[in-house]
Write a protein that binds this ligand. Structure first.
Ligand SMILES: [Zn+2]
Length: 417
């Protein structure tokens, strides 16, 4: 049987609290599937409490579903296989059962039924705030004899440290903010980085990309940045894609599940496309953007925005809202076949911006990644927008707020891909 992994949204997982108070009940959810290179990923967005064991025969023949129960329910057997036998999925249905222990924290048992055959579940994870990795693998048995991460471990605590050491991040954009972001993620000990950028390195990029050498001019940006990271973290698995997230090749970046999607790009269509992929994979999306206006007398001439979106709780199209024209242009580009010429004319780069400043870039990247650490720790539980505003002579001003999806946002809706 192919390896099956289960990913449950934090929204759906909240229902487990009710099961812990009432052991007679079950949490039931519809499953959608995503093929991965090594098997399949079952994704759950929303779940409902039911008072009775759901039966396969009561559901439509092509309805795939998840049932969660707790082990000491009087009416429930203690294993996931026994629960599956009670659920009795039809042979045309795929079902997953999960039995949680109420006596031993973190213990669980999972079963998968595919085409009438029952097997054990490889593991599952909950995306969203807090300590969420739940799998049968033991914590990393890391005897950090080198002391490489001892300061980090002390600063973030054991739970966040373990999550960082297993984290897989997909990052779109490897220019100025992208280089800083990738380097900071590597320093935080993540396990794997999948990095893409369709551009080649130009001489004017170098002053904002520490560690990238002149000898890399003309090379793909993603590869140039990967080289700087690997010098310090030769154990980090880095995959480079020399293409835009809007190109068909970008599907390769999302072949396996990940823990975070980051965008450091100049293009709203790329931001929205990456956000849609993050939503599809049920993981958070962090967008980093900075700008230095060519009209320094105006307020907000040097600004940075970091926006961390939980799936279905806001996106780059609705928080803040794009204009209808901008939104229409994005929809056109997302729907356009590959290599289609872009409509209209792109404004010249210098019409809008005076340049780029590594100081505001570094501050914004730090703020954004800091909010991801808070999400991993569970101290942040919402989508979160931080606006950094450098006021000449006064220093940094920070505005931050919890945010959520706009009501009619077509990109945030549940079920839309
Ligand atoms: Zn939205």
């Amino acid at each position: 049987m192919r390896d099956v992994r289960l990913t449950i949204s934090a929204d759906a997982w909240r229902g487990v609290q009710k099961l812990l108070h009432d052991h007679q009940r079950f949490l039931v959810a519809k499953i959608r599937w995503r093929a991965t290179r090594s098997g399949s990923e079952a994704l759950v967005d929303v779940a409902h409490i039911m008072a009775e064991v759901p039966r396969g025969g009561d559901r439509p023949p092509l309805d795939d579903f998840l049932v969660i129960g707790v082990e000491n329910s009087e009416r429930l057997a203690s294993s996931a296989v026994e629960l599956m036998r009670r659920v009795r999925p039809q042979s045309s249905q795929a079902a997953i059962t999960l039995v949680l222990s109420t006596t031993t924290l973190g213990h669980w048992d999972g079963a998968v039924s595919l085409e009438g055959k029952i097997d054990s579940l490889g593991g599952f994870r909950i995306t969203g705030p807090g300590p969420v990795e739940v799998s049968q693998q033991a914590p990393l048995a890391e005897h950090d004899s080198t002391g490489l991460f001892s300061r980090l471990r002390g600063a973030v605590g054991e739970t966040v440290y373990q999550r960082l050491r297993r984290a897989v991040v997909v990052q779109i954009g490897a220019s100025r903010n992208g280089a800083l972001c990738a380097q900071m993620l590597a320093s935080l000990g993540i396990a794997r980085l999948r990095l893409c950028d369709g551009d080649l390195l130009q001489p004017e990029n170098l002053d904002g990309m520490p560690g990238v050498s002149r000898g890399s001019i003309g090379r793909p940006k993603a590869e140039a940045v990967a080289d700087t990271i690997l010098r310090a973290r030769d154990d980090l698995a880095v995959t480079c894609g020399n293409y835009s997230v809007l190109s068909p090749e970008a599907a390769a970046l999302f072949g396996e599940s990940c823990d975070l999607v980051v965008t450091c790009v100049d293009d709203d269509a790329a931001r929205v496309a990456a956000g849609l992929l993050a939503k599809k994979m049920n993981v958070a999306h962090l967008d980093i953007a900075t700008s230095v206006s060519n009209r320094p007398t105006l307020p907000h001439a040097i600004i940075g925005d970091s926006r961390l979106f939980l799936p279905r709780h806001g996106c780059c199209a609705c928080t803040p809202p794009l204009t209808p024209e901008e939104r229409e242009s994005i929809l056109y580009r997302l729907a356009a076949p590959p290599n289609t010429l872009q409509r209209g004319t792109m404004p010249a780069w210098s019409e809008q911006r005076a340049g780029s400043l590594i100081t505001i870039n570094a501050a914004t990247v730090s703020a954004g990644i800091g909010s991801w650490l808070d999400l991993l720790a569970g101290t942040l539980r919402t989508s979160f927008w931080q606006r950094l505003d450098w006021i000449p002579g006064e220093g940094l001003r920070l505005n931050s707020a919890a945010v959520d999806a706009a009501k009619e946002c077509p990109f945030c809706k549940v079920g839309e891909q």
